[in-house]
Design a protein around this ligand. Structure first.
Ligand code: COI
Length: 354
């Protein structure tokens, strides 16, 4: 195991009180806001990023006409750091998040966040919030929320005059109360997640705003989440509300390919794991016809926040598809989690000690 690296470039940290950490019930945190020691804030000034500063309170002072508020010029990421078995703290596949944000910045006309700056800000935020990283054995993680958005005085529709890139950190446990425990899903027929040639492939904040009503309505009907179909033909599976779709039949791991899906970093890792010698599965990323819902033996969702979510049933209009097993899903989940927590070797190099 790599030795814990001292955080040589830790800039001054103000207001690090660690106070709230003492009262946290780690296994029962769920996925909620928790106040921590603070966050990192970079500002785009005179055509370049500054060195960043530490903000102890969870507030920003923004111009009322900020583009992020009015025109949705913002992109965010979700990443995690874990306390591992050997006592180290590891950031999880942070390079993937840094590169995905670059694509979002480009599409949404925001200045590129250089991956080195992105990663350094994440390391800084983890170092300054170390007391809030759930202890090894509790199953939790420090969830990182890097985000970039446009702000400043503006009325006409254009790129904002100013930008911030921030990284926040909050301790979390499971996204869904039951963790991997399978849930019932409803296919969304009266709503699309993203438009053809829109911004569905980047993590634009507005993609999530449009899902709020759809998800709340589904929950009221007893479905913890929804599954979206492609916006053009309503024929192909896209993704769940906040996670990618995985279907398993025989020894094959199937996940949808579509230009309107947000490509999940967790899905990419799970595909590598499924194809590795440990599982020896065939992996297919291809358009998945909704008619195939009846062919899968197991179905799951995956993403940074949910990690993996088991699926018990999918209701598609008048047809209910039931999935009796999560055997392969559970095996993948357990192996993936064991790598995350440093209990199994990490042949892919996903974790980096910070
Ligand atoms: C994540 O998985 O990190 C996400 O961004 C989804 C979010 C709605 C929690």
């Amino acid at each position: 195991t790599a030795p814990a690296r001292t955080f040589a470039t830790t800039p001054p940290q103000h207001g690090l009180d660690d106070v709230g950490a003492a009262s946290l019930d780690w296994p029962r945190l769920g996925f909620d806001f928790q106040k921590t020691n603070g966050f990192v804030k970079h500002t785009w000034v005179n055509g370049k990023w500054d060195d960043g500063e530490w903000e102890p309170e969870p507030f920003l002072k923004l111009h009322v006409m900020s583009a992020a508020i009015h025109y949705g010029q913002g992109v965010y990421e979700g990443a995690k750091a874990h306390h591992c078995k050997d006592g180290s703290v590891r950031l999880w596949n942070i390079q993937a998040n840094a590169h995905r944000m670059l694509e979002g910045c480009e599409r949404m006309m925001m200045p590129a966040v250089p991956p080195e700056m992105f990663i350094r800000a994440c390391e800084w935020c983890v170092a300054a919030n170390r007391a809030y990283i759930p202890p090894y054995g509790t199953g939790g993680a420090l969830y990182l929320r890097p985000y970039i958005f446009g702000h400043g005085p503006q009325l006409g529709l254009s790129a904002a005059p100013q930008f911030h890139f921030c990284v926040l950190a909050m301790p979390v446990s499971s996204y869904y109360a039951g963790g991997l425990q399978p849930i019932d899903v409803l296919v969304a027929h009266d709503a699309d997640r993203a438009a053809p040639q829109g911004v569905g492939h980047v993590k634009a904040s507005g993609n999530y705003g449009s899902d709020i009503r759809v998800s709340i309505d589904a929950r009221a009907e007893g479905y913890p989440t929804v599954l979206y179909l492609d916006p053009k033909e309503k024929r192909y599976i896209e993704e769940f509300s906040v996670s990618n779709f995985i279907g398993i039949k025989d020894n094959t791991y199937v996940t949808p390919d579509s230009p309107t899906i947000l490509r999940s970093a967790t899905n990419d890792m799970l595909m590598d794991l499924a194809a590795s010698d440990a599982f020896g599965m065939k992996v297919e990323r291809r358009p998945v016809d909704v008619a195939e819902l009846g062919d899968f033996r197991e179905v799951a969702g995956c993403g940074t926040a949910v990690v993996m979510m088991g699926v018990k049933s999918i209701t598609n209009q008048n047809t209910v598809h039931r999935y009796e097993s999560i055997e392969r899903v559970e095996a993948l989940y357990n192996h993936y989690r064991a790598i995350q927590f440093g209990e199994k070797p990490d042949p892919f190099g996903w974790g980096t000690v910070c």
